[in-house]
Each structure stands twice: as structure tokens, then as C-alpha cells.
Design a protein around this ligand. Structure first.
Ligand code: HT7
Ligand code: ZN
Length: 853
């Protein structure tokens, strides 16, 4: 299969200013007629080439007459004599057989579309690239009883009754858009509606469309939408631009959601929420994804991408915007901690592994494989760093300039950075390396104190590791916020300052340092880098108690825990005392809120500990981590119990304080059980049983699912029967078991894969069992290799249905280089077995072969 290269970009040969689409909808046979007005772009004699994927042309007409045309592979090619023509095509497609969930497909009786990145070509022949901007007029007809609601992009313009129980609707989107933003929905849906009045007085009809029975679960999403619309006006000066904004929730979806113009389509897990079925984590995710998709209306839709190499232009920027939004809704400190934890869990390993790629990649085989943590989350960090360097006023001036200059166009990452430079008055020449160089930079910070001269020196060194195709790296611009504290008085010796580390090595002198200084660095995680320091356990414990930057305080505790666990794994033993003392101090600090404390006292994950090691033995990591958890549980049992009791009987309330209390409750319960308290399982079961919300219920279930107690069987059973008709909650049931740290998890997961409720056809369900199991460091890495074989078997089966979803689950197997030799050999063998499968998809071929290289 052909590789697409960024360097080969050329503008489109033909533009399509207008498109009329006519759908005769039915799941078994949908007829699509398209009428394209096409204009030659520039002076050339090349034919019109329309992308297709699995389409057969039933008719092709040019200016109303039959025309000569040919197929070139999946594409339709038409020679056109003039500079402007009307081209009509007709195809038939079968939504009911579309298991890839790209193009037009059926989900639980709803017909819906997913076109990003290259799904539109599965619906009709078209130049399916983001730099062709077109005004769409859509007519659709369908059986009225089965599909009473007919939606598309833009505004509704007409509707009526047809023959034989059919009806029709017409929609018109006045904003020229790329084909990846096209959407259509037909279904038996009900709406939760509201009206939002924009700053300039436009009344926008909002609708969240779901099946009637799910309507009571849509208030949170609707409220989040209203908050997002107001936030984007206030913070970025961006108003909504159509008279309607609709969101439809479907159960079968390859991703989280899709920002189609005026008609967002969502995975139902990011819309539906009520206290009985959704955790606080789910509530937050619903609000964040609703905001993200809404914000795309400007960062993505009004200004779109010139080509898919520029994907981070819309995704990195929009993630940054949704992170800011969420930070504004509750605790900004906890939000930053969560975002950094997510970055370290998903993006750092990607950047250090075989699938590493720059934020603006240079080539791809299958673009769907590039919807990655690097494009999204590292991309957001790159925007955040520019905001830090410019400061808030200049950053806002720069985004204003960007939106105004590129409105209605398809832009590049370079266009964005140029606006930052122009309005921000900054030279970002070297900074641009963040777009082109892959790999996580590593900074070594060494602080020396010359007490006699009251002077300290900080030496900063940076290296950027080699990544596939990029053996040599240049030094980057690293914005590091730092501060020095007095080790005895805890007073600030040097106030926070922003250092732009640009060279491979820099030495900074600080005068007036009369006391032993303690370094606080990369405060608020100002640069997405790994920092090694020469700070002692005592310094880290000191910062975990005294640093005034909440992120740095959390980070100091994490580093202390990490150093302890790495020593335990590599040297066989470690002193748990400093960690226990630091956690005790944090629990006793009355100034800290529950949400922060819950984050601060959690041990780093098994996989993050493994990332610090040259060669990983996952069972050894698990055992050492469990030993520290057990000691923390035992040594601080009284404090955990006091904390637990202080929140145990709280009634459900969706508020930052309510969320914090529930979080600390489950963390304390986990530690009480980790310590081996005899009544631990009873406490967990009582919480499970009495819970008036899913956060408490699932928190208790997780503790039980990890425990040796038989109570877990009863709890899992009760949970299953209580929610057997709720797919999203059943996903939790599968996931909780797949993540269990028990020694028999692999057997349980193999059984679950044969459970009548398990199906690979639903991406949420496949991710809940297979995706969760593949990140379970203990069970997946079972020394006999059975975990690897199980996952490989499932991926081979899933690839036949939904290659995109299968390919996303390859990375855990692809990390074989990180593991000890026996496991590495077994992981590699499974990758080779997958690659040898006849008919393997392009998606899987790319991911697996890169993982083997
Ligand atoms: N922009 C959307 C990307 C997306 C997608 C990509 C590939 C395959 C299926 C997909 N569904 C949605 C989502 C977003 O970032 O907002
Ligand atoms: Zn997005």
C-alpha cells in the first residue's frame, strides 16, 4: 500500500464549490445521488479524480449527459473539457453491513455517518481531502415509522411526506466545509432541547438527540454545551454561527465523538450520565468531550486543516481549549495533575516506542493510525508552551489573529505559529522543532550551593532521544518554571521564574541564597519533558509538604514514591519510611482538599514504574508496588479509617467538594484493603451495597475485584443483574474484571470473551475487555505468554470487522523491547503471527510492522 508524504502536498486540481446530495435511505440499500459543481483549480489538463472506497458507479453524467469515465483502483476518473462543469454520480451502499463504522452505518436502529478522516469516500465519489471546501445541500428520504427524525448539517430548510410511508427532509449548510465534516442521521430519536442566545443576540436551538428512554440522562451534557458556548465567547471571543446545534448519541462509535458542522455525533458514553450509572470520571469526560467538539466549531471547522499532516492544528489546539475549560469548572490543580498523568500513561510511552512520530508527522500509510496521544495531548502541550511563553494577553491576541486571518480556509501548523510570532512578538524559529522532532526531551537539573558565597548554581542539560527515522536531534526550547525554597525555613529564596532552556547545557547563578536551597522545577508541568534532579528523598518530602505550586507538590511526592519503587525493584529492597511519612503529612494537612489529597497519595502506576526501568519484569514491579501499598495501608490505617468515616455517609451531590469526597473515599477504602484489614472486604461490600451513585459503587467493586475475598463474586453478580440492560454499565463490568490485579485474571478474561454479552462488533465493549486487559501489567504479561496470545487472537478477529479499532489496540504488544527477554520473544512472536494473517488491513499492517521494526 502507498505511503502518503507531507512533502508531496499539492493543491487540489479541481474544487467543488457546491454539492447536492440525495439519499434514499434504508439499512439494506441506500441510494446516493450526488451533484457536484466542479471548477478547475489553476491551469492544467488533469482529469477530475474522485475518491471512492468500495463504491460502484451506477451512473455518471456531466452537464446532464452521459459521460465517459473510468475507474483507477477505487477512484472514479472523468476527463472534463472545460473549466466548470456539473458532475452527477449515483451509487448504492449497504449501511447494515458496514462493520467498520466509517461512512454511513447502522447503530442500534439509527442510521448515522462518520466521515473523518476518509469515510466520505465510502458514501459517494468525491475529492475527499480537507482542503476542498464545499457548500452542502442534502435531501434524504426514509421510512417514517423507523426513522421519524432526519438530521444533517446546517439548518433545516424543508420537509414533507412521501409515498409508501416514507418522508423526507432537506438541510442546507451555508458554511463551506471539507467532506470529513459531513453528517447525516436518521432514527427514532427524542431531543432534550434548550435555547442559547449568543453574545450578538442569535437564538440557537440546541438539541441532544437520544432514544426516548435515555432522555433523563442528557441534562448534564446539555448543561455542559451551554457552559461551553458561553466559555468560548468569554475566553476566546468565539460565537456560534448557525441557528441550530444538534448532538446525536449512538452506541457504536470508533472514537469519542465527531465535530460535524452543526450536527455532532457522539459515542453515547460521552453523552449519557446520571448518578446511578455514571461515575464522576464519566461526568467529567462528558463535559470535556462536549466542550471539545463544540470548540472545534472554530478550531477545526471555521478554520480547518490543509491536509491530515496538520491534524494537530485542530486537535492539539482543541484539546488545549477543552483542558482550559475543564480547569475553569473545578480544581485547576487537580485537572493539571490528571492531564499530566494521562500524558505520561499514553503519550510518553508512544514517544519512546516504535510508533513515535512528530506532532506534525511526515508520512503515513493509514491516517486513522495518527489520531494519537502525540497529535492530541503532546499537541496540546505544544500550544500550552506557546501560551506560557507569550503570556495570556498576547496569546489571546495571537489566537484572534489566527481565527480572523484563516477563517473559512484550510490552514497549517505553520500558519498558527506564524500568528503566535506576529501577535505575540516572539521568535519561535527554534520552538518549531516541537512540531518536527519526535521523542520526549530529558532534562538533567543539578543544583549546587556555595554557602560561603550565598550563591547557588543550577546546571540544566537537555537531550532528545533518537526515534524511528530521526537518529539525531537538535536542542529544543524548553520553558521551565522554577523556584528555590529555603530547606530550613521553607521561605522562597528565589521567586518563580520562567527559564527558556534552548541550549544543550545552561548554567544559571542565583545570588543571595543564604540557606540550603531546594529546587522546585517544571512547576505546573510547564514543559512536557522528563526531569532528572539530584534531589534527595528529604528534599522531595520537603517539597511534598511545602511547595506552593500544587502540581510541583504532587510531583515531588510522585518522585519520592517512584525513587522508592525503582530502588525496590532494582536493588530488591527499599526503605518505605520516607514515603509513609510524606503520605501521613499530606493526610494530616488541613489546608488540602480531598481531591488533591486523593491524587497525591496514589502510587504511580505499574506501567509508569516500568517506564523508569531499563528492562521490565512486570511481576516484580507489581509485587514491589503491592508491598508499598500494603505498608501504607497498615502504617496509616488509623488515618485512612478516620478519613473514610468522615465521608462515608455523604449523600450524592455533583459538585467539586462532592467529587473530592467520593474520590478520597475510594482511595482510603483501597488502602484499608491493601493493608489487609480483616473487615476490609466487608467495608467494601457495604459501600457497594449502600451506594447512591456509581462512583462509590464502582470504587467498591474495583476494590473487591482485586481482593481475595469471595464477596467479589457476589458483588460482580449483583452488579451484572442490576445493569444487564445498560450497555455502558456492562462495559464497566467487563473492564473492572479485565483490570483486576488478581492472579486468575487471565482465566476470567478468557471466560468473559465467551460471555453472551461480549461482542467485538461494538468498539466500547471490545475496548472494555481487550483494551483494558492489554494494559493490565500483571495479567497481560503472564510469564507463559497466554495473555499475548489471547490479545493477538482477539485482534485478528477484530481486524476483520473493524480495522481501525483493532489497530488502536496494537501498542501494548508493540512495547516488547521494554520487557525481559523471554516475554519480549513471546510478544514479538504474536506480532509476527498477526502480520502473517492473509487479508490483514492497512491499519493493522502499519501498526504491527512498525512495532516489529
Ligand atoms: N475529530 C474527531 C476524530 C474522529 C475520528 C477519527 C478517526 C476515526 C473515527 C473518528 N471519529 C472521530 C474527534 C475529535 O477529536 O474531536
Ligand atoms: Zn478533536
Amino acid at each position: 500500500p502507498a505511503i502518503t508524504r507531507r512533502a508531496d502536498y499539492t493543491p487540489p486540481d479541481w474544487l467543488v464549490p457546491d454539492l447536492d446530495l440525495d439519499f434514499d435511505l434504508a439499512p439494506e440499500r441506500t441510494r446516493v445521488r450526488a451533484s457536484l459543481s466542479v471548477t478547475r483549480n489553476g491551469t492544467h489538463d488533469r482529469p477530475l479524480r474522485l475518491d471512492g472506497d468500495g463504491l460502484v458507479a451506477l451512473a455518471v453524467r456531466v452537464d446532464g449527459a452521459d459521460a465517459s469515465w473510468r475507474m483507477d483502483g477505487p477512484a472514479l476518473v472523468v476527463d472534463l473539457p472545460g473549466d466548470a462543469h456539473s458532475v452527477e454520480t449515483e451509487v448504492e451502499i449497504v449501511p447494515a453491513r458496514n462493520t467498520q463504522l466509517m461512512g454511513l452505518y447502522a447503530s442500534g436502529g439509527i442510521l448515522c455517518t462518520q466521515c473523518e478522516a476518509e469515510g466520505f469516500r465510502r458514501i459517494t465519489f468525491f475529492p475527499d481531502r480537507p482542503d476542498v471546501l464545499t457548500r452542502y445541500r442534502v435531501r434524504m428520504a426514509a421510512d417514517k415509522a423507523r426513522y421519524p427524525v432526519l438530521l444533517a448539517n446546517g439548518d433545516p430548510v424543508a420537509s414533507g411526506e412521501g409515498e409508501s410511508g416514507r418522508h423526507w427532509a432537506e438541510w442546507h449548510d451555508p458554511f463551506p466545509k471539507p467532506s470529513y465534516l459531513f453528517a447525516l442521521v436518521a432514527g427514532d430519536l427524542a431531543a432534550n432541547r434548550a435555547t442559547f442566545t449568543t453574545a450578538s443576540g442569535r437564538a440557537v436551538q440546541l438539541g441532544i438527540w437520544v432514544r426516548e428512554k435515555d432522555l433523563p440522562k442528557t441534562d448534564h451534557a446539555l448543561h455542559a454545551l451551554e457552559l461551553s458556548m458561553a466559555w468560548d465567547e468569554r475566553v476566546y471571543g468565539r460565537e456560534y454561527d448557525l441557528d441550530v446545534f444538534n448532538i446525536v448519541a449512538v452506541d457504536d462509535f470508533n472514537f469519542g465523538a465527531m465535530e460535524n458542522k452543526g450536527l455532532n455525533i457522539f459515542n453515547s458514553r460521552y453523552i449519557l450520565a446520571d448518578p446511578d450509572t455514571a461515575t464522576d470520571y464519566d461526568y467529567d469526560a462528558v463535559a470535556a468531550v462536549v466542550a471539545h467538539e463544540y470548540f472545534h466549531n472554530w478550531s477545526g471547522n471555521r478554520v480547518t486543516c490543509r491536509d491530515w499532516f496538520q491534524l494537530s492544528l485542530k486537535e492539539g489546539f482543541t484539546v488545549y481549549r477543552d483542558q482550559q475549560f475543564s480547569a475553569d469548572q473545578g480544581s485547576a490543580a487537580v485537572k493539571r495533575i490528571e492531564d499530566v498523568r494521562g500524558l505520561r500513561a499514553a503519550q510518553f510511552p508512544e514517544d519512546g516506542g516504535p510508533l513515535a512520530h512528530p506532532v506534525r508527522p511526515d508520512e503515513y500509510l493509514e491516517i486513522s493510525n495518527f489520531y494519537t496521544a502525540t497529535i492530541y495531548n503532546k499537541g496540546a502541550e505544544v500550544i500550552r508552551m506557546m501560551a506560557t511563553i507569550l503570556g495570556p494577553q498576547k496569546f489571546r491576541a495571537a489566537t484572534d489573529l489566527y481565527f480572523q486571518r484563516f477563517d473559512g480556509t484550510a490552514a497549517t501548523c505553520e500558519d498558527f505559529v506564524a500568528c503566535m510570532e506576529e501577535a505575540g512578538g516572539a521568535d519561535l524559529t527554534q520552538f518549531r522543532l516541537w512540531y518536527s522532532q519526535a521523542g520526549t526531551p530529558r532534562v538533567t537539573a543539578t543544583l549546587d550551593h556555595a554557602a560561603a558565597e550565598a550563591r547557588a548554581h543550577l546546571t540544566l542539560r537537555q537531550t532528545v532521544p533518537p526515534t524511528p527515522g530521526q537518529p539525531h536531534k537538535a536542542p529544543m526550547v524548553l520553558p521551565l518554571k522554577l523556584k528555590l525554597f529555603g530547606g530550613e525555613t521553607a521561605a522562597p529564596l528565589i521567586e518563580e521564574r520562567l527559564v527558556l532552556l534552548k541550549d544543550a547545557e545552561t548554567r544559571i547563578a542565583f545570588d543571595g541564597v543564604t540557606e540550603r536551597p531546594v529546587l522546585s522545577i517544571n512547576r505546573s508541568f510547564s514543559a512536557p519533558v522528563i526531569v532528572d534532579t539530584n534531589r534527595s528523598a528529604a528534599d522531595l518530602a520537603f517539597l511534598s509538604a511545602h511547595d506552593d505550586d500544587p502540581f510541583a507538590r504532587y510531583e515531588a511526592m510522585q518522585q519520592l514514591m517512584l525513587d522508592t519503587l525503582v530502588a525496590a525493584v532494582t536493588q530488591g529492597r527499599a526503605d518505605h519510611g520516607p514515603v509513609i511519612d510524606a503520605v501521613a503529612n499530606t493526610l494530616a494537612d488541613p489546608a488540602l482538599d480531598h481531591a488533591f489529597v486523593a491524587e497525591a497519595v496514589l502510587l504511580p502506576s505499574d506501567s509508569f514504574i516500568g517506564d523508569q526501568l531499563a528492562v521490565v519484569d512486570p511481576e516484580a514491579v507489581f509485587q514491589k508496588r503491592e508491598a508499598l501499598r500494603r505498608d501504607l495501608g497498615r502504617a496509616l490505617e488509623a488515618q485512612w479509617r478516620t478519613l473514610y468515616e468522615s465521608v462515608r455517609a455523604n449523600r450524592f451531590e455533583y459538585s467539586p467538594a462532592g467529587k473530592g469526597a467520593r474520590r478520597i473515599k475510594s482511595v482510603a477504602l483501597g488502602y484499608i484493603n491493601a493493608g489487609g484489614a480483616a473487615d476490609g472486604p466487608d467495608l467494601a461490600f457495604a459501600q457497594f451495597d449502600a451506594a447512591d451513585n456509581m462512583t462509590d459503587r464502582q470504587g467498591a467493586l474495583t476494590t473487591l475485584a482485586n481482593s481475595p475475598s469471595d464477596k467479589r463474586i457476589a458483588a460482580l453478580d449483583i452488579f451484572y443483574h442490576r445493569y444487564s440492560d445498560n450497555g455502558l454499565v456492562l462495559d464497566k463490568w467487563f473492564q473492572t474484571q479485565a483490570l483486576s490485579t488478581r492472579a486468575d485474571t487471565l482465566d476470567a478474561v478468557e471466560d468473559l470473551a465467551r460471555h453472551p454479552d461480549f461482542t467485538l462488533a461494538n468498539p466500547n465493549r471490545a475496548r472494555a475487555l481487550i483494551g483494558a486487559f492489554a494494559v493490565n501489567q500483571r495479567a497481560f504479561h503472564s510469564a507463559d505468554g497466554r495473555g499475548y496470545r489471547f490479545v493477538a487472537d482477539q485482534l485478528i478477529a477484530l481486524d476483520k470487522l473493524n480495522p481501525q479499532t483493532a489497530a488502536k489496540l496494537v501498542p501494548p504488544l508493540g512495547r516488547w523491547r521494554r520487557f525481559e527477554a523471554d516475554r519480549a520473544t513471546k510478544m514479538r512472536a504474536e506480532l509476527e503471527r498477526i502480520l502473517a494473517q492473509p487479508g490483514l488491513s492497512k491499519d493493522m499492517t502499519e501498526q504491527v510492522s512498525k512495532s516489529l521494526d
